[in-house]
Design a protein around this ligand. Structure first.
Ligand code: FAD
Length: 509
């Protein structure tokens, strides 16, 4: 028996948490990665596939930070062309194609339509999108084209027709961010990395003024362990300054946190296959309405926030802004009562000199070393792989590790193992009991939130339905993990409290 009364055979190849904990403290590591978001998971995959020994430690669950809270686009960022950022866009377009090839089970080609209401809109957008196509070179994504009014209305039947002149169709990618993250963690583990969630870095170890390791606390037992490393990589995104000040209390903040919110509606708001793009909102951003997992995802905003929270909440102003802006472009105006879920994430924007408008800060990634600690932040989900490649190149150099070539450009990302039983959990969502068992046995889920928010996307697809599923999910998890009724009750309570931050309908009823 290895965990929750399960035998090794029942667990297949899965590594248990106890095994990972034992491994974590057993060795001196080539690389210790702090942070289990897209950047940290990318670094773990890159380092492990090069043959370096690597340990990744995440304070909460994998993807709890920004990496489960994106707009779910695999894109070059066409809007950065307006600022002349051709290099950034070209690099992201290359990564867009790689991600489609390496994770075809999670990434798909998505058509987008930019509606044109003024006569000059269509030629302007068409010029920009033609340049975007050109920079993409030979790619599996289709080419942009002009659509007349009738064709726009056919593909976006719920769009406001009054004043519509036509539109431009273009293509980008779309994905499931938290699922890709879990699959990256699995890919890292399969290639020899050790990855632990609920392991918070509380201290850095030093030899003189050089960082030589970390101390982490296991949230489940409260015990703290010290681990030495040839190099420590700080991949904590919008939290990176808190780790940098552990290395050097005088370190000046490098990140300006900026929040972005999304609202989720049912499919009736966008019943076709195409997504709609509002190219310029009053705060200078792009607003997307995208079909996603049978729902309509609308966002986002860009609001500077004073601190980085692990569970950021959309403000009333952000919610009103999205409802109002979407309402201007959709024939049926969405209201609070239509919102199935609301969620927000924090961008780790790297500070530029002067200026407070976060929409204008750099979207590129940055690598910085201080006292032997390597911080990698900024960038976007789409570019996680080349961020990781750069970071591991620099980390190996810093640690004097033997140089080894990066192997991730064409590395296939592991998909989830097939689930067995088909007993459904809720009429509004496609999930089954077997999905819960798989999440616990094979995907390191430890809490009801881990399952309903990130292994499955119930919380952001329909927060009310997720709350209704929680007791059954807690019971199935308790059986898997060998937990008692008190644990089950506490899990349901904690999840219900968390879900309140995602529920708007209840408030507005
Ligand atoms: C609203 C919004 C929309 C976006 N949309 C897109 C999009 O459509 N496409 C795209 O390509 N990009 C998008 N992005 C950008 C993308 O989501 C981020 O660039 C990316 O997720 C950042 O990943 P990360 O790993 O650097 O940070 P995170 O995902 O935040 O990971 C950092 C992790 O570090 C952990 N951590 C912090 N402190 C500690 C500690 N002491 N010990 C251990 N662990 C710790 C945190 O818990 C966290 O899980 C969007 C971002 C936002 C905010």
């Amino acid at each position: 028996m290895v965990e929750g009364g399960r035998t090794r055979k029942e667990l297949g190849d899965a590594v248990t948490r106890a095994e990972s904990l034992a491994r974590a403290s057993a060795q001196p590591w080539d690389i210790v990665v702090i942070g289990g978001g897209a950047t940290g998971a990318g670094v773990a995959v890159d380092a492990a596939t090069r043959g370096y020994s690597v340990l990744l430690l995440e304070q909460h669950d994998f993807g709890k930070g920004t990496s489960s809270r994106s707009t779910k686009l695999v894109h070059g960022g066409v809007r950065y062309l307006e600022r002349g950022d051709v290099r950034l866009v070209t690099e992201a377009l290359r990564e867009r194609s790689r991600l489609l090839a390496n994770a075809p089970h999670l990434v798909r080609v998505q058509p987008f339509i930019v509606p044109a209401y003024r006569w000059w809109d269509a030629p302007y957008f068409f010029a920009g999108l033609s340049l975007y196509d050109l920079l993409a070179g030979r790619s599996p994504f289709g080419r942009s084209k002009y659509l007349n009014r009738r064709e726009v209305l056919r593909q976006l039947p719920t769009i406001r027709a009054e004043g519509l002149r036509g539109g431009i169709l273009y293509y980008d990618g779309q994905f499931d961010d938290a699922r890709l993250l879990i699959d990256l963690i699995q890919t890292a583990v399969k290639n020899g990395a050790t990855c632990l969630n609920y392991a918070r870095i509380v201290r850095l170890l030093h030899d003189g003024d050089r960082v030589t390791g970390v101390a982490f606390t296991d949230a489940e037992t409260g015990t703290t362990a010290e681990v030495s490393a040839r190099v420590v990589v700080n991949a904590t995104g919008a939290f990176c300054d808190s780790i940098r000040t552990l290395a050097d209390p005088a370190a000046r903040p490098m990140v300006t946190p900026s929040q972005g919110a999304h609202l989720v509606f049912d499919r009736s708001f966008l019943p076709g296959n195409a997504a709609m793009v509002v190219p310029k909102t009053p705060d200078g951003r792009v607003l997307f309405a995208i079909p996603w997992h049978g729902r309509t995802l609308v966002g986002t905003t860009d609001v500077p926030v004073p601190t980085t929270e692990l569970e950021p909440r959309a403000t009333e102003a952000e919610i009103d802004f999205i409802l109002e802006t979407a309402g201007r472009y959709l024939a049926k105006t969405p209201t609070r009562a239509d919102v199935l879920s609301v969620f927000a994430g924090i961008r780790p924007l790297v500070k530029a000199d002067g200026g407070t408008n976060t929409a204008a800060l750099s979207r590129d990634h940055t690598i910085r070393t201080e006292a032997g600690l390597l911080t990698v932040t900024g960038g976007k989900w789409t570019t996680y792989r080349n961020m990781a490649e750069d970071a591991v190149n620099r980390a190996a150099e810093l640690a004097g590790l033997p140089p080894k070539p990066c192997r991730t450009a064409n590395l296939r990302i592991t998909g989830p193992i097939a689930s067995g039983s088909v007993v459904p959990l809720h009429p509004q969502l496609p999930y089954t009991e077997a999905d819960i068992v798989r999440a616990v046995r094979h995907e390191m889920a430890r809490t009801v939130e881990d399952v309903l928010s990130r292994r499955l996307r119930a919380l952001i697809l329909d927060a009310d339905a997720a709350v209704e599923m929680a007791p059954r999910v807690a019971a199935l998890m308790a059986a898997e993990l060998g937990r008692d009724a008190a644990w089950e009750a506490e899990q349901v309570r904690a999840f219900t409290a968390l879900a309140r931050g995602y529920q708007l309908r209840r408030e507005s009823a």
